[in-house]
Ligand binder design. Structure first.
Ligand code: AMP
Ligand code: MG
Length: 383
């Protein structure tokens, strides 16, 4: 097992256990936000034929505008019209095929004798040509990407299957929301955020009831989840505490691969295999588990575009960094002419309010602080 690895080393290790390995073919109308498992090539020229982008007349630009004579109209969906004769101006609607020799269009607003424009003809294949690559493997199927796929003739696409991901919250102190809180207890929230994050990542989450800090129930739960899932994400129990049984079990009875990552918050994640199934033990503090998911799980099993944009911000707050660790502070973006950022809340890793009141995460390299007017890297979170 490697201890105290850098974020990039942790990612290297994680990526040797690919979670997105199965693919499936699904209709495009249910493919929103899925991840493409193949390059997509155009089946047609788009547009498939020269057509009009306006309502007006198709003409020969060499003709005298004053002598134009209107001929029978042509509509979208009609067969391509015959060649234009001298002085003919064929009435044409948006999307209709232009006569093969027409080289200009006159807008209906300008009248039949108005100026002729060559740029209103949408040329065959000007958007994308038959056989050209339209989208590459691993692209996210956004609404626009799906429209592109439809417009080049595909009814279905090959996407990565949703990995089955078990989420196990651990801790004697945890009570599900809705129940009565007794002294010493807190409401369990990590499984809720992790399930939402997993869904956005393109996975299929299954949330377990919180398990007690007890070695036998932890082992039993890990056995169960290893059987039924492609990946286990646990929360809590990975640190140095006497009751941190995820860490203890993985090290003593599983196949641990790394423990502790050079990041703050979120230092103590542990990764390994339990009965052959990858398990990433996330820290219990709500901000820590969230940030470990964003930094380690997202690039591993999903696509950063679904979660954040990497940007530079002009800092209007000082931010404390940490020795030997990348520091992820919660900051708020102000987007005027220049993108600036401040910090709105205290930065404790137990303070989930800080994830809601702010909308970005600073990325302070190890051994650096952020000073006012520094330009620093940040991840601007997508709502
Ligand atoms: P641990 O990593 O188990 O030592 O937990 C660190 C802190 O996170 C403790 O204060 C826990 O009470 C808290 N915590 C652990 N799991 C959860 C959870 N599922 N939801 C909310 N807070 C949690
Ligand atoms: Mg605990």
């Amino acid at each position: 097992m490697e201890e105290k690895v850098t974020i990039s080393r942790a990612l290297e290790i994680l990526q040797t256990y690919p979670i997105l390995s199965h693919t499936e073919i699904i209709p495009i109308h249910v493919a929103h936000n899925r991840i493409l498992a193949e390059d997509i090539f155009s089946l047609v020229d788009n547009p498939p034929f020269d057509n009009s982008s306006i309502d007006g007349w198709a003409v020969l630009s060499s003709n005298d505008p004053k002598k134009r004579i209107e001929t029978n109209p042509i509509f979208a969906g009609d067969l391509p019209p015959p060649l234009l004769q001298e002085n003919q101006a064929i009435r044409i609607m948006t999307g209709a095929p232009v006569p093969p020799n027409a080289d200009a269009l006159v807008m209906v607003e300008d009248g039949i004798h108005g100026p002729a424009h060559s740029n209103f003809i949408r040329k065959k294949g000007e958007n994308i040509e038959k056989g050209e690559i339209a989208l590459s493997k691993n692209s996210i199927l956004t609404p626009a990407a799906l429209a592109l796929i439809a417009s080049i003739g595909h009814a279905s696409v090959s996407v990565f299957s949703k990995p089955k991901i078990s989420i196990i919250p651990t801790g004697n102190e945890l009570v599900s929301p809705g129940e009565k809180l007794e002294p010493g207890q807190i409401y369990e929230s990590n499984s809720i955020s992790l399930a939402a994050l997993v869904s956005r990542a393109g996975g299929a989450p299954t949330i377990s009831q919180p398990i007690d800090d007890d070695i036998d129930s932890t082992r039993k739960k890990l056995d169960e989840c290893a059987e039924s899932s492609d990946l286990i994400l646990s929360s809590g129990g990975v640190s140095m505490g006497d009751h941190d049984f995820i860490r203890k079990l993985l090290i003593e009875e599983g196949e641990p691969l790394f423990w502790k990552v050079g990041m703050k918050p979120g230092g103590p994640p542990i990764f390994g295999l339990w009965k052959g199934t990858p398990i990433l033990g996330l820290p219990g503090n709500p901000v820590s588990s969230h940030i470990v998911f964003l930094t380690l799980v997202v690039p591993w099993i999903s696509h950063p575009d679904l979660f954040y944009r990497k940007i530079k911000v002009n800092l209007q707050t000082t931010l404390k960094g940490s020795p030997n660790k990348t520091t992820f502070r919660r900051i708020k973006i102000h987007s005027g002419d220049e993108i600036t950022a401040t910090s709105q809340t205290h930065q404790g890793s137990g303070n989930i309010v800080s994830m809601v009141a702010n909308d970005a995460i600073s990325v302070l390299p190890p051994n650096t602080n952020g000073e006012i007017n520094d330009i620093i890297d940040a991840l601007w979170l997508i709502d």
